[in-house]
Design a protein around this ligand. Structure first.
Ligand code: BEZ
Length: 220
């Protein structure tokens, strides 16, 4: 199972730390990021959820709602949340929900199982999946890391910036791009469209093939 880029993300119903949700209703008109974890009270997961706690203002600035998922039950999530807040030096209400998926229904539906990692009962755990979903409820990006490799949420903010920019402008972002950096004109843009679309100019990098495909422009 799994879901392809551009497909509608399932409107699943699930228990979470803020009660049962229907995913699309919970999203409203926002972007969303759903990120999964192997299990509660595990070290790498604690560092990841803690980093996300600190980045909540950055997600809010980008109109992105955040939701985590781990197989354990809601009581366990609530108990674990206190450790995560303590570890990350934050306090107050835990600012994003955590989905409970004890039977792995969602993990199977969304293609998140890691057969290499099992719980005490021998059930496979969820891997470290990331899904970024647009306000149109379509999947814009997915990542899948094994349990033993923690993610970098600064990179995830960077890709959100790229997704939001390229959703409306005819550019793509090159390797290592960050907000404000030079962008590449999309290969589908024709030469005669350049002055209208990119009034600040387009710089073509000459290459041995003689082809004019490396077209840089200021971030629109
Ligand atoms: C962790 O979060 O540290 C972890 C969880 C499952 C397997 C390996 C590491």
């Amino acid at each position: 199972m799994g879901i392809n880029l551009g497909e509608e993300f399932p409107n699943f119903q699930a228990p979470t730390t803020i009660g049962d949700i229907h995913f699309h209703d919970w999203m409203g008109k926002s972007w969303a990021i759903l990120f999964s974890h192997p299990a509660d009270f595990t070290p790498v997961c604690t560092t990841e959820l803690g980093r996300v706690l600190k980045l909540i203002p950055e997600f809010k600035k980008r109109n992105v709602k955040v939701i985590a998922l781990s197989c354990d039950d809601v009581k366990s999530h609530n108990d674990w949340s206190k450790d995560i807040q303590d570890f990350s030096g934050t306090s107050g209400n835990f600012p994003y929900p955590i989905i409970s998926d004890p039977k792995r229904d969602l993990a199977v539906q969304l293609g998140m199982l890691d057969p290499a990692e099992k719980d005490a009962a021998g059930l496979p755990l969820t891997a470290r999946a990331v899904f970024i979903i647009g306000p149109d409820k379509k999947l814009k990006l997915s990542l899948l890391y094994p349990a033993t490799t923690g993610r970098n949420f600064d990179e995830i903010l960077r890709v959100i910036d790229s997704l939001q920019l390229t959703a409306t402008k005819k550019v793509a972002t090159p390797e290592g791009w960050v907000q404000g950096g030079k962008c590449m004109v999309l290969p589908s843009v024709k030469q005669d469209e350049l002055p209208t679309l990119f009034p600040k100019g387009v710089e073509v990098r000459a290459v041995p093939s003689g082809k004019s495909y490396l077209r840089f422009t200021e971030q629109p």
